[in-house]
Design a protein around this ligand. Structure first.
Ligand code: BGC
Length: 422
């Protein structure tokens, strides 16, 4: 009798692979009352208040100890410009001391630091001056970058100048649901270009301040990438759409800044989009998956593991190290997160085997947090937060499964069982 059981060999990741999770300051710290999101929350332009968020500003030591206990050897976080420079040109020494403590805590645990300098929020004074809409304001960002590079830079292993410039543009200026809540595509395009200028200058500053003969800084961005697909595989026009959307959505920031100004590619991957031609329209629409009975996360985003393989192979052409700086699922049911992690990591493994130079994966997010205009409902964390129970941390099973992969630097047969392998 032939047994239906079979044993998979471990899917082993490259030596030194970076395993960890990501957060951003406004989403986890709490009380970030000097930035433009806080202002918009107070003005009720955003239907939720971040308040204490995950209370991470006070409890970072506990959180990093948890990450360490789960075997994380890397962590992505952002620092809050509006804390460091709450008023134009005034540096807050307490905030610098605080972040120094944060970095020292990570270093003491042997955790590689991926630092984001801008993750959607701006100091209120900067926003009042026109924020990213004015080219001349880029100089303020550069001044802040220089301060951070000089004063805290020795702790940083990977620099992410800007998180998802494309999402900032799309959500802030096209959809208009996120701060600054405008619907003005042209202005948004200007913002995107200013962010590209800012990255170029920040890239040069960080290298000038931090490079030594023996060690060069690693500087990049966290780029939101989407796996675009055709709706009708055989239609030429659909293929043209996919080409153009991929070029604009996934590659344009590299084209605007020049690929030389990216020492590594940080990519945030969440979903795929199939582009569907809309009768009588020039621009195609997304395939509306509602009613198609697909697996989605709690925000309605399709769970489509193969998409991460697709983008990793596309970006492999740059021949730069790739770090997945975000990838995660909003799911109140943690079993779904377990399956998500195993299924996506398996695709990451296959991409590496197929030649994509992926050197790390940061799950989004280390803990439940403030999900922008959606508030606290979506649960992205591998660590849950009980908001009404003094923000108690609860390590979820998904965190343990991820920890077990880290321990073996591999996906084992045991892990694949979560996907139904016997
Ligand atoms: C952002 C995070 C956000 C996550 C999930 C990314 O676009 O960088 O801040 O929480 O996606 O929506």
């Amino acid at each position: 009798m032939v047994s239906s059981r079979h044993k998979h060999d471990p899917l082993v990741f490259p030596k030194g692979f970076l395993w960890g999770a990501a957060t951003s300051s406004h989403q986890v710290e709490g009380d970030n009352d000097h930035n433009d999101w806080w202002q918009a929350e107070c003005d009720k332009q955003i239907p939720h208040r971040s308040g204490k968020a995950s209370d991470h500003y006070r409890r970072y030591e506990e959180d990093f100890a948890l990450a360490q206990s789960l075997g994380h050897n890397a962590h992505r976080l952002s620092i809050e410009w509006s804390r460091l420079e709450p008023h134009e040109g005034e540096w807050n020494e307490d905030a610098f001391a605080h972040y120094e403590g944060v970095f020292k805590s990570l270093k003491a645990k042997n955790i590689t630091i991926l630092l984001t300098l801008h993750h959607f929020t701006n100091p209120q004074w900067f926003a009042k001056k026109g924020g990213w809409e004015r080219g001349s304001n880029v100089a303020y960002f550069c001044r802040y970058v220089e301060q951070v590079a000089k004063r805290l830079g020795k702790y940083v292993d990977y620099w992410i100048t800007i998180n998802e410039p494309g999402v900032y543009y799309y959500m802030g200026y096209v959809v208009g649901e996120w701060v600054p809540r405008k619907k003005n595509k042209l202005l948004g395009w200007k913002v995107y270009r200013n962010m590209a200028r800012a990255h170029k200058r920040a890239y040069a500053i960080i290298h000038r301040v931090r490079d030594t003969k023996s060690k060069k800084a690693m500087v990049g961005i966290a780029n939101n990438v989407i796996s675009y697909g055709t709706y009708h595989k055989h239609r030429f026009l659909d293929q043209v759409f996919v080409y153009l959307f991929t070029l604009f959505g996934n590659h344009s920031f590299y084209l605007l800044t020049g690929r030389k100004r990216h020492d590594f590619l940080g990519i945030n991957y969440y979903f795929r989009i199939r582009l569907k031609r809309k009768k009588g329209h020039l621009i195609p629409e997304d395939d509306n998956i509602a009613g198609q009975d697909r697996e989605t996360n709690d925000l309605g985003w399709e769970v489509y593991p193969y998409g991460i393989f697709d983008v990793l192979m596309d970006l492999a052409d740059y021949k730069k190290p790739i770090i997945i700086t975000e990838n995660g699922i909003a799911a109140a049911n943690d079993d779904r997160r377990v399956r998500f992690i195993v299924a996506y990591m398996r695709e990451v493994y296959h991409a590496i085997k197929a030649g994509s130079p992926v050197v790390g994966h940061m799950y989004w997010s280390l803990m439940d947090n403030f999900e922008w205009a959606d508030g606290f409902d979506p649960q992205f964390g591998m660590i849950g937060i009980e908001y009404d129970n003094d923000h108690k941390r609860v390590v979820r099973n998904s965190a343990r499964v991820y920890a077990d992969m880290i321990k073996h630097n591999a996906i084992l047969h045991e892990h694949l069982k979560h996907l139904g392998h016997n």
